[in-house]
Design a protein around this ligand. Structure first.
Ligand SMILES: Nc1ncnc2c1ncn2[C@@H]1O[C@H](COP(=O)(O)OP(=O)(O)O)[C@@H](O)[C@H]1O
Ligand SMILES: [Mg+2]
Length: 229
């Protein structure tokens, strides 16, 4: 059973085609990567998954709850970390706004509860954005540009959290990344999106060795490591 199923998805912005017949799926509890250059349509896919853009054609099916970590994190900068997290739980009603569990899952946030989100580092803000998404108690987490603008050490920590959430809670993750090395290292399966079309997909290990991927996304390094298993 798939958590997310996308078939023939086409999205247009006032005439310009951003997605052109995209087929993609994420299995229950699966980690899947979506890589591709700037402007390929990755964020448009995220918006179609969360219902923020309406497809011109095709279908999006989500089983269970989907939450997204949007590109650029979109903090409420004047609000505290805790208030930002609570906003992620607004759909759950009054009892859904308890943030205790999030501080257990992401202990790095614990000491920052009352800090203004806008004053945090990029990595801390990304952690808040992940925590806020988790407040919706999702079955699928879509992360749009996890590593953008963050220091490698911070990225490693965030990836560790995603791995743990996947392994221990069966959280399915669709990881959208410009850093192909990172994405193919974390996920078992991956898609390559270019100009609104899926041009390649398959096991991440195979893609990491595919000359088309190594040339365009891995700096021509044909000895790229496969995913950790
Ligand atoms: N709101 C919008 N209105 C018009 N064009 C847009 C809009 N959002 C994105 N686009 C265009 O759609 C294409 C895909 O954008 P996007 O999904 O943001 O790509 P990516 O996330 O892969 O960088 C780009 O050509 C972009 O300029
Ligand atoms: Mg984008």
């Amino acid at each position: 059973m798939n958590a997310v199923e996308v078939t023939g998805l086409t999205v247009r912005y006032s005439g310009a085609t951003a997605l052109d017949g995209v087929d993609l799926h994420v299995g229950e509890g699966e980690l899947v990567a979506l890589i591709g250059p700037n402007g390929a349509g990755k964020s448009t896919l995220v918006k179609a998954l969360s219902g923020l853009v309406r497809p011109a054609a095709g279908q999006v099916t989500v089983r269970g709850r989907l939450a997204q970590v949007p590109e650029g994190r979109e903090m409420f900068g004047d609000l505290s970390v805790d208030d930002n997290l609570r906003l992620g739980g607004w759909r759950n009603g009054r009892h859904g706004r308890d943030t205790t569990e999030i501080y257990r899952l992401l202990p790095g946030l614990d000491g920052l509860r009352r800090n203004r989100a806008g004053l945090l580092s990029g990595g801390q803000q990304q952690m808040v954005a992940i925590g806020r998404a988790l407040m919706a108690r999702p079955d699928v987490l879509v992360v749009d540009e996890l590593s953008l603008g963050l220091a490698p050490l911070v990225v490693t920590e965030l990836v560790g959290h995603l791995r743990t959430l996947n392994a221990e809670r069966g959280l399915a993750v669709l990881l959208i990344e410009q850093n192909a090395r990172l994405a193919l290292g974390l996920c078992r399966r991956a898609y390559v999106l270019e100009a609104g079309r899926v041009v390649l997909h398959g096991p991440a290990g195979d893609l990491a060795r595919d000359p088309r991927v190594t040339a365009a996304y891995l700096g021509g390094d044909v000895t790229a490591e496969g995913p950790a298993r």
